[in-house]
Design a protein. Structure first.
Length: 389
């Protein structure tokens, strides 16, 4: 009997998503999460709004800067950024990417309008001064005409609607891919939102330590941010547990296939262990800091480290989902090796995106009086409105 050897060769696949995509999904999630955190202090009323105004100031700053930088990372991930117009020339109603190409500009402009209206009272005050900053305020305020509070509320709610669309499309465009069982689950879009809220609250804690204009308001912002982290982490834990149980019980064939695809990989087991430990440590530290906030001034000075850990959890989750999942072979057994290069599509791209965000943050802090009230009422009509109801 003759024997023969059949050699099967498999091609080397290029990555579909690069680290630029991780940066986009991370920044856009912080953007829409921070927008939600800003609403109580901007469109709320009474003492409830007053309690949330300090948080709203930082949340608006985060929303604006992340919204401006996130599309840059997305364009970079297209490999040829100038081909973005193809989405509009070849619009497809059944493609989540095509839908996202419409939602993203609408979200961007609605956020710009929302932040501009929220900051305009402070701009009107700053334009009365002298120097370059006052000139910028006069330019950005576009005159001294008045805007009713109801307009701010309408624009804020409009931005919130588009933010909901961003939440849906960023999760759905990945979850819809059946070829990747680790992606193909309805729990993924929810997990993107909950971990985005964790990261946004963490960034609030960090900026509160280094950029908050009033020391006396920092404690309340820390308390609110820590509560948001705790609630978001509890929801994230529930979603992760539900995803795992649906696979182990056989209720979801996709999740079962996802678990089977990585069960023999020691690297994935280590990643899962680290994810669990990071989540538990973050929850524990946030709980400790929240309980001890009034017992020691040192807690207030170091609570920003909890924010750094929260940012790590939000970013690392997206790295695992978008990058590590691509190391699982789709058509063959085994795993591909993921090598993060030093160039613009690797480490420098990651650092460059964060550097760009930091530059935008510093420019806004330098030239725009974002430290003003989240929604001041600078003119007589609004003051009268407040007095009569």
């Amino acid at each position: 009997m003759n024997s023969s050897i059949i050699e099967i060769l498999t091609p080397r696949y290029e990555l579909a998503w690069y680290p630029w995509a991780v940066q986009y999904f991370f920044l856009i999630a912080i953007s829409y999460s921070a927008l939600l955190l800003s609403l109580p202090g901007t469109i709320g009323r009474g003492q409830f709004a007053q309690r949330w105004q300090p948080m709203a100031r930082l949340a608006l700053l985060i929303t604006l800067t992340c919204t401006l930088v996130a599309p840059v990372a997305l364009l970079a991930d297209l490999h040829q950024p100038m081909r973005f117009w193809h989405f509009y020339a070849n619009a497809t109603s059944t493609s989540w990417m095509s839908i996202g190409s419409i939602l993203l500009p609408l979200y961007l402009f609605s956020v710009l309008g929302y932040v501009w209206l929220a900051w305009r009272p402070a701009l009107l005050q700053a334009r009365q001064g002298h120097g370059f900053a006052a000139g910028v305020a006069r330019l950005l305020s576009a005159g001294d005409w008045q805007v009713r509070r109801s307009v701010l509320t309408i624009v804020a709610l409009t931005a919130t609607v588009f933010a909901a669309g961003i939440m849906l499309y960023t999760g759905a465009e990945i979850a819809i891919i059946k070829a990747r069982p680790l992606w193909h689950t309805n729990w993924l879009p929810v997990m993107f939102v909950t971990t985005g809220m964790v990261a946004a609250a963490g960034l609030v804690l960090v900026l509160n330590r280094f950029m908050s204009p009033a020391r006396e308001g920092r404690s309340e912002i820390n308390r609110q941010g820590l509560k948001v982290i705790l609630v978001a982490m509890l929801v994230s834990a529930f979603v992760a547990a539900a995803w795992l149980l649906s696979g182990l019980s056989g209720h979801s064939e996709s999740v079962a296939a996802a678990l089977e695809s990585v069960q023999a990989n020691s690297d994935w087991r280590l990643s899962a262990i680290w994810a669990l430990l990071a989540g538990v440590i973050l929850f524990a530290f946030a709980a400790i800091a929240l309980k001890a906030r009034t017992q020691s001034a040192a807690i207030s000075r170091w609570v920003w480290l909890v924010g750094i850990l929260a940012l790590h959890v939000g970013w690392a989750f997206r790295w695992m989902v978008l990058m590590e999942v691509q190391t699982v072979a789709k058509n063959t057994a085994g795993y591909y090796q993921l090598v993060v290069e030093l160039g613009s599509y690797g480490l420098m791209g990651i650092i460059g995106t964060f550097g760009l965000w930091l530059a935008v943050l510093l420019l806004v802090d330098l030239f725009i009086p974002w430290q003003g009230q989240a929604h001041q009422r600078p003119h007589q009509s609004l003051a009268a409105e407040a007095q009569h109801g």
